[in-house]
Design a binder for this molecule. Structure first.
Ligand SMILES: Nc1ncnc2c1ncn2[C@@H]1O[C@H](COP(=O)(O)OP(=O)(O)OP(=O)(O)O)[C@@H](O)[C@H]1O
Ligand SMILES: [Mg+2]
Length: 619
């Protein structure tokens, strides 16, 4: 009873998946229908050989008539030619429609991927994404159409063969059809059994892609820490797991083949036994019998290879389900109904009692409040993990606040369109992402239609002019994947040029110079200073000279803005956190900085006389 209910739900699931994918076939419905329609005669013509064997046996073999001896072979060859031609067109149409649907699915999935919030990328590995957005689309659509063609032609082939069976002997047909029905009982059982293994196999296959990605992007870390054996072990254990899962799937599904073989043989055996009785009692002719057995063998033979198909079918079904799930999912961070356009900043930004956590159990920001006037340069400082990056991540809505609000000009940022909000903010990260292509292409990402003068200005602001002049191909120099052919400082400055050309009124700088060496830092700092002019700026910095230059400093501790004010104001707070941090740095002098078990060597500190908040933010 329970099993029946589970089976029913499963078959509904299968229907649901196929119905769900139908809208994607719709734009190509004519060709898809044509391909499917062609499969009807392709399947139905299977019966010709079996049918023709009756007159052949009866008139040529029994009555020794020569008439049928020439027209039957002729008919068989003619029908085979027709079947072949139809098959060609069906395959062509199928590939055409399949290719179109695959492309549409991939494009829609990719478009969906680009709308997903940052939290999605936090949670999912690159391998998962490649698998679920690319490979699943292939599996879903190609599997769907290949199987549709197979199912339709097999269905009509079965109908024509069953008609042939009934035409030859209804009594024998009853045996054949009952046996055929028995075959489907184990198939549904196997489908349920392989499902779990198939999904584990898919997860393992996607983690292989992640290992390759990590080996590519982390190749220097792998070399410097001699991690090759570690990576090898990682891959090897996934490969072993995949092997085990594959064997498990085979164990669970491959017993079907021999079982089918036995059931089919029982069907044929019973038919021969009962058929012999019917011949000897003159209830059917020899021709009927030969034709019947041929049709029966043709009907049963595809069934014997079903075990492999069950596994493939399950994979296709699950791929379709995953694709539909992604396409049906809603992005959490999106435009509200009636969202308005943000056109520049007039008065300022306000964080009010902001509470936020990446995961529900752990709150990172706890009633964070702070007001930033238009044109102000605000520095965020505080210990590592205090929540500085988290605060700035909320402004372009990489994440949304849990409670409280962030307002620009008195309007909650969630009431602005996402596009206009992000158009008004330029972010320069510590590690900026550059795309493969030329320097020009990367800068133009900030403004696609920038004119030559704008590019030149951006180069000047970002202190890139000299560097570009030194290149043979100038702005059109290829920079390699992720800008691998450039130094850290050059990458940063290209990112600054990109941010400048965007000309957004709000600038966020998240420790934009902390990954650089002394010389680069000075040039990049100059570029940053240029970028900041006339903008409202929030910057997370560690160098005291930069922090001191801020209009106001916000000290962030445990997700709260604990102190806000100018350098002097904060230094005036008795037992203030900023003051104590500053004192610690002064006390530790130029050599080293130790605070909360963290040692930061500053022997390469460039401005020797300046007290350095070297990695102030990492305390
Ligand atoms: N994507 C994330 N998912 C879950 N937790 C995160 C994520 N990013 C940061 N955290 C956690 O949030 C807390 C605050 O991190 P945040 O990056 O804001 O600190 P920070 O002040 O910028 O530190 P640092 O000075 O080291 O850059 C940390 O405990 C960190 O582990
Ligand atoms: Mg940070």
């Amino acid at each position: 009873m329970l099993n029946r209910a589970v089976r029913k739900i499963r078959s509904m699931r299968f229907l649901k998946a196929y119905v769900g994918i139908l809208p994607y076939i719709k734009p190509y419905s004519f060709r898809a229908m044509l391909a499917v329609t062609l499969c009807i005669p392709i399947g139905a013509l299977d019966a010709v050989i079996a049918l023709s064997l009756k007159p052949y046996t009866d008139s040529v073999m029994i009555e020794k008539s020569t008439q049928a001896a020439w027209y039957i072979p002729f008919a068989i060859v003619s029908f085979a030619i027709i079947q072949g031609i139809l098959n060609y067109f069906a395959t062509y149409l199928n590939t055409w429609v399949g290719g179109k649907i695959t492309n549409d699915l991939k494009f829609k999935l990719y478009r969906k991927l680009l709308t997903f919030e940052t939290a999605f990328f936090d949670k999912n590995c690159s391998g998962d994404v490649v698998f679920r957005f690319n490979a699943d689309a292939d599996a879903a659509s190609s599997g769907l159409l290949v199987k549709l063609k197979m199912v339709v032609s097999r269905f009509f082939s079965s109908i024509s063969l069953i008609i042939t069976l009934i035409y030859n002997s209804w009594q024998l047909s009853v045996i054949a059809v009952v046996i055929l029905g028995m075959i489907f009982i184990p198939i549904t059982r196997v489908r349920a059994k392989v499902e779990e293994t198939v999904s584990k196999f898919t997860a393992a296959a996607s983690s292989i892609v992640t290992v390759y990605n990590e080996s590519y992007t982390g190749n220097k870390t792998i070399s410097s820490y001699n991690l090759a054996p570690h990576q090898e072990n990682k891959l090897s254990s996934i490969l072993k797991l995949m092997f085990r899962l594959n064997i498990k799937m085979t164990q669970r599904s491959s017993w079907l083949s021999p079982l089918m073989h036995i059931i089919v043989s029982i069907g044929i055996g019973l038919s021969i036994a009962y058929g012999s009785y019917l011949i000897t009692t003159d209830q059917i002719t020899n021709g009927n019998f030969v034709s019947f057995i041929t049709a029966l063998i043709m009907l049963y033979s595809p069934i014997k290879g079903l075990s492999g198909n069950v596994k493939d079918f399950q994979m296709t079904l699950m791929a379709i389900e995953r694709v539909l799930k992604i396409l049906g999912s809603e992005t959490k961070i999106k435009n509200r109904v009636g969202a308005i356009e943000l056109q520049g900043v007039n008065s300022g930004i306000e964080f009010k009692n902001v509470k936020f956590g990446y995961v529900s159990r752990k709150q990172i920001l706890n009633n964070f409040s702070c007001k930033i006037q238009k044109g102000e340069k605000i520095a965020f400082v505080g210990k590592s993990g205090g929540g500085k990056t988290t605060v700035v991540n909320l402004l372009p809505r990489f994440y949304d606040v849990i409670s409280g609000s962030i307002k620009i000009d008195g309007v909650d940022i969630r009431n602005y369109t996402l596009e206009s909000l992000r158009n008004n903010i330029s972010v320069v990260f510590q590690d900026n992402f550059l795309f493969s292509g030329t320097i020009r292409e990367n800068i133009l990402l900030g403004k696609h239609d920038a004119i030559e003068e704008e590019i030149e200005k951006a180069l000047q602001i970002a202190c890139l002019e000299e560097f570009i002049k030194s290149l043979k191909n100038g702005l059109d120099t290829q920079i390699g994947e992720r800008g691998i052919l450039l130094s850290g400082g050059q990458k940063q400055r290209i990112a600054i040029a990109r941010a400048f050309i965007k000309n957004a009124p709000i600038i966020i700088l998240d420790e934009a110079t902390s990954a650089l060496d002394n010389k680069s830092e000075e040039t990049v700092q100059k570029a940053i200073d240029n970028l900041m002019v006339d903008k409202t700026v929030i910057f997370i910095a560690h160098r005291l000279s930069t922090i001191k230059n801020a209009d106001r400093i916000v000290v962030i501790d445990d997700g709260c803005a604990v102190e806000i004010g100018t350098h002097e104001e904060l230094m005036a707070i008795k037992n203030g956190l900023y003051k104590s941090l500053y004192k610690i740095h002064l006390k530790n002098g130029k050599k080293s900085l130790s605070y909360q078990h963290q040692m930061v060597n500053i022997k390469d500190s460039k401005k020797a006389n300046e007290p350095v908040f070297e990695n102030f933010s990492h305390l």
